[in-house]
Design a binder for this molecule. Structure first.
Ligand SMILES: [Zn+2]
Length: 381
């Protein structure tokens, strides 16, 4: 594993499964103050009027609860792009064998409409492949893709493209991308594509399957059509303050390719590292990630409003950190928060919907229903 150029904080990502180390070191049950250095402007985005659902974009803030939204909203002086969603709902997150899920099982439910066991990725409770929205879309002639900021073998992107019983099988997960039905995959993680223990060069294998394999968003920008597997960094992407508008850029470019399909597309976008900073109990980086995800939501809502036939659903797979907003000041953009855990919590998570079909997402339902509603709206069989 290459650690050069990787922000030190991210090295701890691999340790995120060890709550005893994390959380206690930083902010558990301690009051943490964050003051937004430069609040961003938020504009009104009016959802389109029609009711035809040609495309669906599912945006997942990993570990993002109402407390994350309320904290980010307060820090940005009482405004967020996600407020442009005209419909809200609540998603119940337990997995098959545990009340408090991980990203593997939580994301599998959002991807396939099936509950599965803790740590499973894209398989059902018996370990059989659980067909994902990416695969349903492809089998029905639509284009599909994923755009994320975390290493591609991490649970959420893998839930949409891969099928393994245990998320720890990282080399196996990465190799399964060679057979993905997605037309566009964009994110970081080339360290598991080359110099592998099994000697495979996954870039070469993907090229043999007809994928372009750009290694930066600039290279990706030059590609106008065809299948694209764009891997930009060796492990995770850079810290939010260092990577600019990576997620919005990657997502809009993915859309630029996917929209070539006249039958429509499905795209999953993940604000991946909210989860990491929830595990670290790091309120500064958590707010930076949440604001980056919200600005990406704004860019996607803007695109969808112009398109007119795209439904955008924003939700989370679970909550991370047991975040609580206990005080603050809207005028100063100041928040005072506490974390109660270095792991995940079992609270329901919000669902926001924008565009045609949005009304279907009101109410209180299982995480699996998010996928089932999308399948129904896109008429995926
Ligand atoms: Zn997660």
């Amino acid at each position: 594993m290459k650690l050069i150029n990787r922000p030190a904080a991210l090295i701890i990502t691999a340790l995120a499964a060890i709550p005893s180390i994390l959380g206690q070191t930083k902010g558990r049950d301690t009051e943490l103050t964050y003051i937004m250095p430069e609040p961003y402007e938020v504009h009104k985005i009016v959802p389109p009027k029609g009711n035809k659902v040609k495309n669906v974009i599912l945006m997942i803030g990993d570990g993002m609860s109402l407390a994350h939204i309320a904290s980010a909203w307060s820090a940005n002086h009482g405004k967020l792009f996600v407020e442009n969603a005209e419909v809200t709902g609540l998603s119940k997150t337990p997995c098959l064998d545990q009340l408090v899920t991980d990203s593997g099982a939580g994301g599998t439910a959002l991807a396939s409409g099936k509950k599965t066991k803790y740590h499973s990725v894209g398989v059902d409770g018996e370990g059989n492949p659980a067909k994902s929205l990416v695969e349903y879309a492809a089998d029905n002639g639509l284009a599909s893709g994923v755009a994320v900021t975390c290493r591609l073998w991490d649970a959420t992107p893998a839930d949409f493209c891969c099928h393994v019983v245990d998320r720890e099988e990282e080399d196996k997960i990465m190799a399964q991308y060679v057979d993905t039905k997605a037309d566009v995959v964009v994110g970081p993680g080339w360290s598991k594509m080359i110099n592998r223990a099994d000697g495979r060069d996954l870039f070469k294998e993907l090229q043999a399957k007809g994928f372009s394999t750009p290694r930066s968003l600039d290279e990706f920008d030059a590609i106008k059509s065809g299948k694209v597997f764009c891997v930009t960094d060796s492990f995770d992407t850079k810290l939010p303050a260092e990577r600019g508008d990576y997620l919005a850029h990657a997502s809009l470019k993915a859309i630029d390719i996917l929209k070539n399909n006249p039958k429509g597309f499905f795209l999953m976008i993940e604000g991946s590292q909210l989860d990491d900073y929830g595990h670290f109990n790091d309120i500064d980086l958590l707010m930076q990630e949440t604001h980056d995800f919200d600005r990406t939501i704004g860019a996607i809502f803007d695109w969808a409003a112009k398109d007119g036939e795209t439904l955008v659903v924003v939700t989370a797979d679970h909550e991370t950190g047991g975040l609580t907003l206990i005080d603050g000041d809207l005028e100063q953009g100041k928040i005072v928060c506490k974390f109660s855990t270095g792991g995940h919590s079992g609270t329901m998570v919000p669902v926001y919907a924008f565009g045609p079909g949005a009304e279907r997402f009101t109410g209180l339902y299982d995480n699996t229903d998010v996928a089932l509603k999308i399948m129904e709206l896109l008429n995926l069989k």
